[in-house]
Design a protein around this ligand. Sequence first.
Ligand code: ARG
Length: 303
Amino acid sequence: MLTTSKPTVIDTLDAFKALDLATLAPRREPDKVLMCSPDYFCVIDVKNPYMEGNAGAIDLDKAKAQWELLKATFERLGFPVEVIPGAAGCEDMVFAANQTLPGLDAEDRPYVLLSNMRHPSRQQEVAHYRAWFEAHGYRILELPSADMLLEGQGDALWHPGKKLIWGGHGHRTDRSTYDVVAALLGVPIVALRLVTDKFYHLDTCLSLINETTAMVVPEAFDAEGLAMLHEAFPNLIEIPASEALGCFAGNALALGGRHVIMHPGATQTVSRLRAQGLDVIEVDTSEYMKSGGSVFCLKMMIY
Ligand code: ARG
């Protein structure tokens, strides 16, 4: 075990209430970003509803320009960006949120848990990320069996500042995988069932901003999941489903607990964020939305 926190999976409000967030081990937030260059990005098959009808529809020059602007935005906010080169034949590798789950052990050393991706075409991406993290001094952790599905930070989100994971399941990640992950990492996991395939990854419908603030698409969760989120985040901002579907507002990325980077056009969500004093930065990700991803999907936070 890497930490001393209680490694249990929680999926009821009663169990969640018994967990005292204040007593959880603190976690240093990552201060760098890993992105994957979009050289081989395209849509080939349909892995999520957004990809329907978009095979061959990516404008690669436009996609590259959008990626560069996102990278420059991270850098401008003071987060240096490392780049892993995209690999031929890995058309979705640019979505750097999915192949791994990086964390810190009890001695504050970085590790990375490798994903077991659902789609065969994405499984080959993981070896490239493994090599990158190995070369950068991370301890590599693997699940004991390849059929335990886990899609990294697409589904497993660290609670801001704490050694606690919010774990989405039902489409890409299996609920049962979290029992193994909790024991392996020694951290409690709050399991959230995703009820519709429009919100196939947790990062399409939940955006954690700081220890008290998060954004959520209520329609994506069951009643128990939503109740646990309300319990955890006194300041839970609702994203209208139309803005989550049309603008990927649920896939916003918060940096430094204050800046929120998101695709433009989610007017209600943006005004709710600004009313809280948060700094909203809009960056166009339209080419990536054709593949079912936006800002959060296009990066991995690293140490
Ligand atoms: N086309 C990719 C897939 O379906 C998109 C992944 C988006 N990533 C994310 N973290 N939601 O797998």
